[in-house]
Design a protein around this ligand. Structure first.
Ligand code: GDP
Length: 444
């Protein structure tokens, strides 16, 4: 089964956390060894495994408790998100030319499934309403040309052939001319494979690429070859410059090393995957679906996501309560503003409080400047004045003294006094809004 071995290897890691309350440096060390072993057995390259394990364990230790979520479930989620990242995050779409035909040049070693991919790709694009033409460029194997012609007939797309006594670059040139004449949307060129990389093949590809000026240059690699596939993608990219890879035979791949390594090792995305011998068995490569399939735990993932979301809301709620419960005198004001300053980012805090809305960076800078001014004034207040802002509201003499001692103007002191009363009103209102709302309960 696809990724079956890897899935099994990772399950060992989760099982070690049964009965634990929280993820710690200690109790994740064994599960991390299991993850490391599972990835190495999956044939993911060692540096990639090292980075992966390091990142997962850092996140696991720093995560803390999510109410209602067990540590093993937490770890599943961390590993999932890291796997998605490893595979490039987003799906990497095929690009199409803005004018004229889109040209897709396919390269790859012999036997990886390149000829089949030509036909599968035509089938895939035809379903999207695009007209296609194939160009048979494998001049070393007449059988490959015949095979492409047969496959073309099955899919119902024309195949341009020019025999074997001609340079691939010339076939490319003639084929492209033919495609333009027929107003074809997408031209897919098959090229000759070799058993191994050799200079002749690379030179030929470079030549063909120069003539075709392709929108996509895709290297077809066999998933069964594991990290070797990732190394090939790197080599072809360095030699001829490619735009991505197509991973074939994923249906027979129980390990997953190629799917996991290609992007990280080569920097080039897997764009499509072949998952069977039928012409319909080609689809986009979705990193999140792949990660989900590897872990085989869809419910756990969505549960942890939901619980984390609820927890974030509860954090915000806590912060609100702290603000609201204060009588809110100048001491609270000072405490609050210092806490905010300490957190470094006012946006984050304000963003967590519903009803505060978006705050621009300019507004934050302004607010931070104001905080310094306010602090200076509050610092020279007597303890009594801090607790009872009324005293300052009633006495111009006190305000004058504070202005003098803090080096601010009387207007600034008056503004501060006015502000604390405004804040009290605002908070009372906010409190009313909040009491009407409710926080969704955690299910499961
Ligand atoms: P080429 O030498 O690279 O052109 O390889 P072919 O296209 O001739 O394919 C080689 C063999 O791999 C054929 O028997 C194909 O049916 C098989 N093949 C190609 N793609 C897949 C796939 O995604 N899954 C499976 N199971 N077999 C595939």
């Amino acid at each position: 089964e696809m990724f079956g071995q890897l899935t099994g290897g990772l399950e060992a890691a989760w099982s070690k956390l049964k009965g634990e309350e929280v993820l710690t440096k200690d109790n994740i060390s064994e599960p991390m060894r299991d993850i490391r072993r599972a990835l190495l057995e999956a044939d993911v390259s060692l540096p990639v495994v090292r980075r992966f394990v390091q990142s997962v364990s850092d996140q696991a230790v720093g995560m803390g408790v999510i109410r209602g979520v067990k540590p093993d479930q937490q770890l599943v989620k961390i590993v999932h998100d890291e796997l998605v990242k490893l595979m490039g995050g987003e799906v990497s779409e095929l690009q199409f030319a803005k004018t004229g035909p889109t040209v897709i040049l396919l390269a790859g070693l012999q036997g990886v499934g390149k000829t089949t991919v030509c036909a599968k790709l035509a089938c895939y694009l035809k379903k999207q309403g695009k007209s296609c033409m194939l160009i048979a460029g494998d001049v070393y194997r007449p059988a490959a040309i015949d095979q492409l012609v047969i496959l073309g007939e099955q899919v119902g797309v024309p195949v341009y052939t020019a025999g074997t006594d001609i340079k691939p670059a010339d076939i490319a040139k003639q084929g492209l001319k033919e495609a333009k004449k027929n107003n074809v949307d997408v031209v897919i060129m098959d090229t000759a494979g070799r058993l191994q990389i050799d200079k002749g093949m690379m030179d030929e590809l470079k030549d063909v690429k120069k003539f075709l000026n392709p929108t996509e240059v895709l290297l077809v690699v066999d998933a069964m070859t594991g990290q070797e596939a990732a190394a090939l993608v790197t080599t072809f990219n360095v030699e001829i410059g490619i735009t991505g890879a197509i991973l074939t035979k994923l249906d027979g791949d129980s390990r997953g090393g190629a799917a996991l390594s290609v992007k990280e090792v080569s920097g080039k995305p897997i764009k499509l995957v072949g998952r069977g011998e039928r012409l319909e068995d080609l689809e986009p490569f979705y990193p999140d679906r792949m990660a989900g399939r590897i872990l085989g735990m869809g419910d756990v993932l969505s549960f942890v996501e939901k619980a984390t979301e609820v927890m974030r809301q509860e954090d915000a709620e806590d912060l609100q309560k702290k603000i609201m419960s204060a009588k809110f005198d100048f001491n609270d004001f000072l405490k609050q503003t210092r806490a905010v300053a300490k957190m470094g980012s006012m946006t984050r805090v304000l963003g967590m409080i519903p009803g505060m809305g978006k705050v621009s960076p300019a507004q934050i800078r302004e607010a931070e400047k104001n905080l310094l001014v306010m602090e200076a004034m509050i610092e020279v207040m007597t303890p009594e004045e801090r607790e009872r802002p009324e005293l300052l509201a009633e006495s111009p003499e006190r305000r004058k003294r504070i202005a003098k001692d803090s080096g601010k103007t009387e207007q600034q002191v008056s503004a501060l006094v006015a502000q604390i009363f405004q804040m009290r009103v605002k908070m009372k209102n906010l409190m009313g809004v909040m009491e009407g709302g409710s926080i969704p309960a955690l299910s499961g």
